[in-house]
Design a protein around this ligand. Sequence first.
Ligand code: PCA
Length: 325
Amino acid sequence: MKILTSLLAATALTAAATAPAMAEKWDMPMAYSASNFHSATGAEFAKCVTTGTGGEVEIVTHPSGSLFKGADIKRAIQTGQAPIGERLLSGHQNENALFGFDSIPFLATSFDDSAKLWEAARPSIENLLAEQNLTLLYAVPWPPQGLYFKDEVNSVADMEGIKFRSYNNATSRLAELTGMLPVTIEAAEISQAFATGVADSMVSSGSTGYDRKVWESLNYFYEVDAWLPRNYVMVNSDIWAGVSDANKNVIKGCAELAEYAGNWRAKEYTGFTLQGLRDGGMTVGPASEQMTNELKEIGVTMTNEWLEAAGDEGKAIVDAFNSSQ
Ligand code: PCA
């Protein structure tokens, strides 16, 4: 009994002495709604890391832009204000055109093609991020992007002058080329923007419209399947360098699982959320032939513009993707 007691005491002492010193808590800012599949994937990833490292690295997610707003997340991680976080990759297109590889209209329009395009682009994106003191852990696509409107729209001419919510350079450019008026707004703030008439349209997934209950303000969703942009999870490279090899392996394993599971969740969430938009009272369906053809022409213009801006490295990504078809 005495031995047992002292053993217990010793264990408790050791735990008290070592656990707090070794355990690190990583706050993980995320930009999108807590109910969204990206946030669910992030929460599972956090649990996987916390359990797998025996609590040595504990990750706590903060969805919906509650810790840092979407546009501030990358900088917060670069500067070490937060060790890890998630953000829309193409949100950085204004820094380097390569970040916009996944927002080229009609280049990769299905989950399978999006996976191939990511495989082609991943090394370039990893290098770009590494130059910015960031280590890429995993990336998961959004469902295909379609167009939301308050009123029925059957052609590009019908879009003239409509206030359009954009989320990156490509979406602002799409608005310009269709005669709409772009205003950049984070997903976390769109319900209010639509309710107050700051915007009456956007391009996004059924998922974001569902998460933000946009049927309270908008009435039409056209399934254009224009592209599938990605969210990615990054960690500050200095902090990453300080992680033990064993814990790095756990985190990399959890990241691989998250990428795989996130893809499945994205696919499942696609149909579920389109039905959710219908249940909310929206008209959901394909765009008219005329509108589709006109948007494809705009897609050609945007592809050429992107290829010019992204140079040889961009062209190599598109060539590698096309030859994987
Ligand atoms: N939702 C995000 C990005 C793409 C998407 O489907 C948004 O609208 O901000």
